[in-house]
Design a binder for this molecule. Structure first.
Ligand SMILES: *Cc1c(COP(=O)(O)O)cnc(C)c1O
Length: 462
């Protein structure tokens, strides 16, 4: 399986290089040259299988012959053994036609664990094979950092620098990163927004000298292996609800568009997905894009669903590339212009192609809070603000047939807002890391690419 860049100016690479490289050297994102597919029979065969088995099938389809099947299976087995629920991603029914898929049973209580636990094992496997040590620079809107630290701490072939926007993530989110004791982890509080952190990451990745000096890698959702790992729960949940004999729709709380794009990937692989509802908070760049055809950056507004406070959704480039029928020159032009001017007018045909699958819905804070309360009242389920954005979107724009809401964080990750809104303080699940009394360790830096690049270099060399 070969991977090509959405901008068409980088050579095609194999799975290992696409995973370890993160962003393509021309600034584009890697996508498989052709989408692997499963037959209806193969998909039907996923019913009743352990999650790790289905994960190995999906990941194996993307890894091709670069990793031995037995190794892929062992990695999936280990990755999902860290989850505290035997089903890994269990379903809870909240209405006659609506289910919640709980993606938060991993070590950092957010859906980022689903991909990151697997990614860390992939990295160690691939890097050990090449005798390399990489430096992973990570920009987090809250949960990626904690998931990355949980997954990579103590790794022998990687070190991690996790950047987060100071004051814009919850205390629990911060502590998942800053209380790690392992020497291969460094955390940086950036005086700026998540978009600033992401821009610094892009700047660092484009810096050839730095990339070489520290063997720089990115594990943000621009990394295709994460998308592949996230496609898995679309299969397991849809099959549990009757696919491929029945079409299932999904409602996805979205920020960087990795999660919703993974649904698109599952659909391209043959899973009969009806609609994918992209639910955003007030940071509604995606909702506006699908509605109006204009993908234009706004200013970031802090909300109670901070992991979605994003106004530039990296993975949208992958969808655009598909929607313009893989016209790389067009894609490069559009996203280079977006970096400069912050706007793309989606060509009408591409917009129709997107609208055939995606619906965008933006939910405000009041509706988010009302939905947390009504869900608790009607079902007894305490949901976190990110999940509530998606449940509210479902209530507003219910697709035909059965729908699965992706629940991306455990409510105990946002205890203050949940308690204030619902009057119930969510408890950390049994066995969750005890974060409270542990000392924190992080550095504060300005939102300046040169400063942070110097820090990364010093950490890697030091
Ligand atoms: C990362 C995250 C999201 C957004 O997912 P994307 O793949 O960036 O769209 C939603 N909810 C939570 C809790 C997250 O951590």
């Amino acid at each position: 399986m070969r991977y090509v860049s959405t901008r068409g100016q980088a050579p095609a690479v194999g799975f290992a290089d696409a995973v370890l490289g993160g962003l393509a050297p021309d600034g584009g994102l890697y996508v498989p040259e052709i989408w692997p597919t499963f037959s209806r029979q193969e998909i039907a065969g996923f019913a009743g299988q352990p999650y790790a088995k289905v994960a190995a099938r999906v990941l194996g389809a993307f890894a091709g012959d670069e990793i031995a099947t037995a190794d892929v299976e062992a990695m999936c087995e280990e990755a999902y053994a860290t989850f505290s629920h035997a089903a890994v991603v269990p379903l809870v029914q909240i209405a006659p036609q609506a289910f919640v898929a709980e993606l938060f049973h991993g070590p950092s209580l957010a859906f980022k664990d689903v991909a990151m636990q697997l990614l860390a094992r992939l990295y160690d496997h691939l890097l050990a094979g090449q005798g390399r040590t990489q430096t992973i620079l990570c920009a987090t809107s809250g949960d990626t950092g904690g998931a990355a630290v949980e997954a990579f701490r103590g790794s022998k072939s990687t070190r991690v620098v996790a950047m987060f926007p100071e004051g814009r993530i919850s205390e629990v989110q911060r502590r998942f990163m800053t209380t790690a004791e392992e020497a291969n982890i460094a955390c940086v509080a950036v005086k700026g927004t998540f978009d600033d952190c992401q821009a610094i990451l892009k700047d660092a990745m484009a810096d050839k000298a730095l990339r070489q000096a520290v063997d720089l890698a990115a594990v943000n959702s621009i990394n295709f292996a994460r998308i592949a790992a996230q496609a898995v729960y679309y299969f397991t949940t849809a099959v549990a609800l009757g696919a491929p004999g029945r079409e299932v729709s999904f409602v996805v709380p979205s920020g960087n568009f990795g999660d919703a794009f993974a649904g698109y990937v599952a659909r391209r692989m043959g899973l009969p997905i009806g609609r994918i509802v992209v639910a955003t908070n007030a940071n509604d760049i995606l909702a506006r894009a699908f509605r109006t055809g204009r993908y234009s950056r706004g200013t970031v507004q802090p909300t109670i669903s901070p992991a979605m406070d994003i106004q530039s959704a990296s993975n949208f480039e992958r969808l655009y590339f598909e929607a313009v029928e893989r016209e790389a020159t067009d894609t490069a032009r559009a996203f280079e212009a977006f970096a400069r001017a912050g706007v793309i007018d989606i060509p009408p045909r591409a917009l129709s192609a997107m609208q055939a699958v995606f619906t965008g819905v933006a939910i405000d804070e009041a509706d988010t809070r009302r939905t947390m309360v009504s869900t608790l009242n009607e079902t007894g389920e305490l949901i976190d603000p990110h999940t509530a954005v998606a449940v509210a979107a479902l209530n507003r724009q219910a697709p035909d047939g059965v729908a699965v809401v992706l629940s991306t964080a455990h409510p105990a990750k946002f205890p203050e807002d949940v308690a204030k809104t619902c009057g119930v303080t969510p408890q950390l699940p049994r066995g969750a890391a005890n974060l409270e009394g542990r000392p924190e360790r992080f550095d504060r830096l300005p939102a300046d690419a040169d400063t942070i690049k110097a820090y990364v270099r010093a950490f890697a060399e030091g």
